[in-house]
Structure formats: structure tokens, C-alpha cells
Design a protein around this ligand. Structure first.
Ligand SMILES: *[C@@H]1O[C@H](CO)[C@@H](O)[C@H](O)[C@H]1NC(C)=O
Length: 253
């Protein structure tokens, strides 16, 4: 096990090695949640894993997400879509990144780093252009925002890390007080069970340890030892999904 000294100074944490296997295919983004796995490739084609096979879905998206609020995505024009009865239905608003991992609410960030969420009564009911929608605008600015059962984690353009506490289905903005978490990450994802993983701007993966209901911020970052540079992670049901710089896909446990 080999950890670089710099991470002991930047992150007061430890280091863990996982058992990884390459999965067929090539993606630029992946999201695993509620036992399902969705991803998009460099051509913005959309896929879901069915058995050991990537099945292509209709449409083109640059980012896709699956979670308690369903399957949602955004395209290269930043239009938002929700999967309704096997079809992508346009949702009012513009986002560059979206996350369905919250407790039936939806969250995301737009091209101006503004942070938004949609409470569960709107996100769950949305089915067509006539459905009422309401986006809530959170304070501050983030480039990536992901939610789980205990809280929502985000990173900003300076790779600073922030946590929003007290998010609930009917009040997705939480307490509207960003808690700054020590460390530096370029993207961050919260699993359906609340597990938090992120990737820093050098392609290293970190896991947040010590997260509980009474300590939602957790206690430390642990460096996850993976060969090569990584650009994206997602975690669900004990499996860490990794996209490497070259688009290859790994599962680790
Ligand atoms: C994305 O997937 C489509 C459909 O399988 C394929 O034709 C295309 O070549 C893929 N793009 C990349 C960059 O792999």
C-alpha cells in the first residue's frame, strides 16, 4: 500500500486498497443508485447496465443520474429531462449537472455555478409540460452537487468541499448554511446509503469516513489506491464505480 506524503499533509487520513475489475465499455460519466447503473459515453449516448450488457437508451445526454427521485439527465444544451414511461420528458430549467440521490428530491448546478433543488412533491409528480415545477435556489456557488439520505455534498470551482445539512424531501435546501469540509476535490458523489466518494484534480479518489446521523460531516478522508488517473466515481450497494481518464470502467469492492 503506497500513499504519497502530500496527501497526509493535505488530508489527515489513511489509505485503503480495493479489489477492482474492469467492466466492458467506455463512458465519460456514470451514476449508480438503488441497484441500477446509468452512464453516458463521449458521444452523449445514454446507457443502462442490464445484466452484464450496456443497453442503449433513446436520446443524448451529457450527464445522467438515478436515485429515489427516478432517472434524470441533462443534455449539451443544459436542458433537463426526466425518464417517464421509458421516454425523456423535458423539465423546465437549465442545469449542467444533476443528481437524483436525495430523498426523492432533485438537485443540481447550472452554468453559472448556481445551486438548485426541487422538493419531492414536484420531482416525484413531474410527468409532462403541464406538471407544476418549482426549483429552489440555494445560496453560494458550486460546480458539482450530490445528495444522499444524510446530507448533500458539493464542490466549487476552487475545489473546496461543502456540506448541506438538514435536507429533507419537503425542504431540499436544508438549513442553507454551507459547512466547509477540509480537503480538495473536483467532483463528489453521495451513495444511496450516504457513503461519500470524490475525485481530486489529480485523479485521486477519496472516501469520507465516519459519516453517521449524528456526525453527517464524517471525520476524515481516506485515499483509495487505484492504478491510473480517475475522473469520475459513483457508489452503490458496496460497489464503487470508477471512470478512468481514458473512459474505461472499473468496479471495486
Ligand atoms: C457511444 O455509443 C454509441 C452507441 O453504441 C457508439 O456508436 C459511439 O461510437 C460511442 N461513442 C464513443 C466515443 O465511444
Amino acid at each position: 500500500m503506497k500513499c504519497y506524503l502530500i496527501f497526509f499533509t493535505v488530508f489527515t487520513g489513511s489509505c485503503v486498497a480495493l479489489n477492482c475489475q474492469q467492466v466492458d465499455g467506455n463512458l465519460k460519466q456514470i451514476d449508480a443508485g438503488l441497484g441500477q447503473v446509468f452512464g453516458v459515453n463521449a458521444s452523449n449516448n445514454v446507457f443502462t447496465l442490464y445484466g452484464n450488457t450496456w443497453v442503449q437508451l433513446p436520446g443524448e445526454l451529457k450527464h445522467v443520474t438515478v436515485g429515489p427521485a427516478g432517472v434524470w439527465g441533462v443534455n449539451t444544451d443544459n436542458n433537463i429531462f426526466k425518464m417517464v414511461a421509458g421516454q425523456w420528458v423535458n423539465v423546465p430549467g437549465l442545469l449542467v449537472q444533476i443528481d437524483a440521490g436525495g430523498d426523492e428530491f432533485i438537485s443540481g448546478v447550472n452554468m453559472f455555478d448556481k445551486v438548485f433543488c426541487m422538493n419531492s412533491q414536484y420531482s416525484m409528480a413531474y410527468s409532462n409540460a403541464q406538471t407544476l415545477t418549482q426549483w429552489e435556489n440555494l445560496p453560494g456557488g458550486l460546480t458539482y452537487y450530490s445528495c444522499g439520505p444524510i446530507g448533500c455534498w458539493g464542490v466549487n470551482s476552487a475545489n473546496q468541499i461543502f456540506l448541506m445539512n438538514n435536507v429533507i424531501p419537503t425542504s431540499c435546501m436544508g438549513n442553507q448554511q454551507w459547512q466547509n469540509i477540509q480537503g480538495s476535490l473536483a467532483m463528489i458523489e453521495v451513495g444511496t446509503d450516504g457513503t461519500v466518494y470524490g475525485v481530486d484534480n489529480t485523479g485521486k479518489i477519496f472516501r469520507r469516513d465516519g459519516i453517521t446521523n449524528s456526525t453527517p460531516a464524517g471525520t476524515q478522508w481516506t485515499l483509495v489506491n487505484i492504478c491510473g488517473n480517475c475522473k469520475h466515481v459513483s457508489y452503490d450497494l458496496g460497489v464503487l464505480w470508477i471512470i478512468k481518464d481514458d473512459g474505461s470502467i472499473m468496479t471495486c469492492s
